[in-house]
Design a binder for this molecule. Structure first.
Ligand code: 9D3
Length: 242
């Protein structure tokens, strides 16, 4: 994985890239993450990166020249097929399938973090980026979204996770795209609450069947949008409170 991040605040990424599994993968050179500071592409002696919106209104708008110049600098470090992605509430919603595509992208990808009210629309006309959102809530900038994307994509790179198989069993990327089943650890009785007996039985077939039924019931109760026709309505499935 080769990612570049175009941002006004590269220092926000340092702790994440030093302290996590992803940071270790960077040090091991399994993944490369370049930080491009937009301020270096500001205009004039004062390196101005933003200005007031034409037409009026609150806040500031990132200048087209600053954003395009920073992305062009980022593109220098990538092959021609590098994907340019602007993180914005206007984008299509990021999901596990997009994460997998980015993990497999041969020339890597460039994440552009907005701040303030947004980016001058002409920068988007010139760059023709993809636009991605994390969902329908308001962040104060794209940096938190970029860290989430880097984490989701980085952990799909072979060798980044300690336990090679663990990303295969995740919600949304398991064979059926179901939510996870419940988990328990010792003690077997805690504050009077017992662990489901089947998990103590040593019967691996029964345990797998129970976990699958739990995953299906949870998905039906909490995220029915994830279920396809392949998940036949199951009258034997356990109930789960909504
Ligand atoms: C309060 C300002 N909003 C007026 C309608 C527009 C707005 C501008 C910039 C809202 C958020 C942002 C900053 N957000 C992001 O850069 C962002 C984001 C998000 O806010 N939610 C979900 N995904 C993303 S990805 C980037």
């Amino acid at each position: 994985m080769h990612a570049s991040v175009v941002t006004l605040f590269p220092e926000l990424f340092a702790p994440f890239l030093e302290q996590t599994v992803l940071g270790r993968a960077v040090q091991a050179k399994r993944i490369q993450i370049d930080l491009i500071e937009m301020r270096a592409h500001g205009v004039g002696n004062h390196r101005m990166v933003d200005d007031r919106p034409f037409g009026g209104g609150p806040g500031m708008v990132l200048a087209a020249e600053t954003v395009v110049s920073a992305v062009e600098a980022a593109r220098q470090g990538h092959g021609p097929a590098a994907r340019t992605i602007v993180l914005t509430p206007q984008g299509r919603c990021f999901d596990q399938a997009i994460a997998q595509e980015l993990a497999d992208a041969p020339d890597g990808f460039i994440l552009v973090c907005g701040r303030y009210e947004g980016i001058d629309e002409r920068a988007l006309e010139v760059l023709e980026p993809e636009e991605l959102s994390l969902g329908d809530f308001v962040l104060s900038g794209g940096e938190a979204a970029a860290i989430a994307v880097l984490d989701a994509v980085g952990r799909l790179v072979p060798g980044v996770l300690g336990h090679e198989d663990s990303s295969k069993e995740d919600s949304f990327s398991g064979p059926e795209g179901l939510l996870d089943h419940p988990h328990y650890t010792r003690p077997a009785v805690w504050r009077g609450l017992e662990v489901p007996e089947v998990l103590l039985s040593g019967d691996h077939g029964a345990i797998a069947a129970w976990r699958h039924a739990q995953a299906l019931a949870r998905t039906r109760a909490r995220r029915p949008d994830l279920l396809s026709d392949a998940h036949a309505p199951d009258t034997d499935a356990p109930e789960e409170d909504a």
